[in-house]
Ligand binder design. Structure first.
Ligand SMILES: [Zn+2]
Length: 350
């Protein structure tokens, strides 16, 4: 198989260039790719006016960068993200991503934190199988999980998310399009367009992949107000998205109380693939440390409110009360301060 690789440079800084893979020109050989390349590159560049094209080539798939995938259950492959918040070193590749191989098609659970990572995931899938790619499921609105979606939309995949996601993304898209390249570097973000789903779901739904199916289950407001889980019928593997964090400090961007309620519910999975951190053998193992963290956050914020502290006093007081929990959590201090502010706003109306 040959793919089209376009070298493009930022219009704002022509010294910053990156190779972009254009999946719509997936071809059996170089000649078939070259016959379509110029037109496809021009059309793609017209839709990405922040870039200007410098060169293109048709290359064997083996030359395109591919993401590491590990098979954690039969036909269930996972890319483990870096256990850190966004940085130039990790290029935004911090979320766990999933691939589930059916007999008829292959599903993606979260397409990655940038166009670049989405392309590397696409290449890794193509090294596993020639089956059609899609559906792509977005577990929630955060860009470290969904920013690679456009690659798969260009490859013809259906992109599925909770019905609450499009509006949530719309509200934040412009802010993220500025803040993320500042955090990971403009070249690492080059060509990324934050797109939402091509189809949304209002409630539980089952997707047939041929020989296996995926159960999608939306959750009430918890980590965000756009969360859903994905469970594989054959292996019992459960993708929780960011409803479960391990190793990286959980981020409260929905409802602390809703999240604690969700954690207390019955969720069955083996393995359990969290949004961040190592794969676990059970839901209990996966969620235990996060449950302790979120309960301690709730209790510390309630204590600050009971003591009559204003927000600016409450945040450091909560940080101090939570400090003994820090070992084992990456980015603890900064994330806990943000969580304290979010929880304060939620709990002060109790
Ligand atoms: Zn998230």
């Amino acid at each position: 198989m040959h793919v089209l690789i376009l070298t493009a440079c930022l219009a704002a800084d022509p010294s910053l260039c990156a190779d972009r893979l254009l999946p719509m020109v997936e071809s059996p050989d170089a000649a078939a790719c070259e016959a379509r390349a110029a037109q496809a590159a021009a059309a793609w560049l017209a839709a990405h006016p922040d870039l200007s094209g410098r060169d293109w080539r048709c290359a064997p798939l083996s030359e395109a960068p591919a993401l590491d995938l590990t098979e954690v259950a039969a036909g269930v492959h996972v890319h483990r993200g870096a256990d850190a918040q966004l940085s130039p070193e990790n290029r935004g590749w911090i979320a766990n991503l999933g691939v589930v191989l059916g007999q008829d098609r292959v599903a993606v659970i979260d397409p990655g934190g940038s166009r670049e990572q989405g392309e590397a995931l696409y290449t890794a899938i193509r090294r596993l199988t020639d089956l059609p790619i899609g559906p792509v499921v977005l577990t929630h609105m955060h860009p470290d999980h969904l920013a690679g979606a456009e690659v798969f939309a260009e490859a013809g995949a259906e992109i599925i998310a909770d019905a609450r996601l499009p509006e949530a993304l719309e509200l934040r898209r412009d802010t993220w399009a500025e803040s993320i390249p500042a955090q990971i570097g403009a070249a690492a973000w080059a060509g990324t367009v934050l797109i939402g789903p091509t189809r949304t779901i209002e409630g539980p739904e089952t997707l047939d992949l041929g020989g296996r199916s995926l159960d999608l289950t939306p959750a009430p407001a918890a980590h965000t107000d756009t969360d859903l889980t994905v469970r594989d019928s054959v292996t019992g593997a459960l993708f929780t998205g960011d409803l479960v964090f391990r190793g990286l400090t959980p981020v409260v961007d929905g409802s602390l109380k809703g999240w604690l309620d969700w954690l207390a519910g019955a969720h069955d999975g083996d393995p359990v693939i969290p949004g961040h951190g190592p794969v676990a053998g059970s839901f209990k193992e996966a969620g235990a440390a996060q449950g302790s963290y979120l309960a301690a956050l709730r209790d510390a914020v309630r204590q600050a409110l009971d003591a009559g502290l204003g927000l600016s006093e409450a945040v450091p007081a909560v940080g101090q009360a939570m400090a003994p929990l820090a070992p084992g959590w990456a980015d603890f201090e900064a994330t806990t301060a943000r969580n304290a502010a979010a929880a304060y706003a939620e709990l002060e109306w109790e």
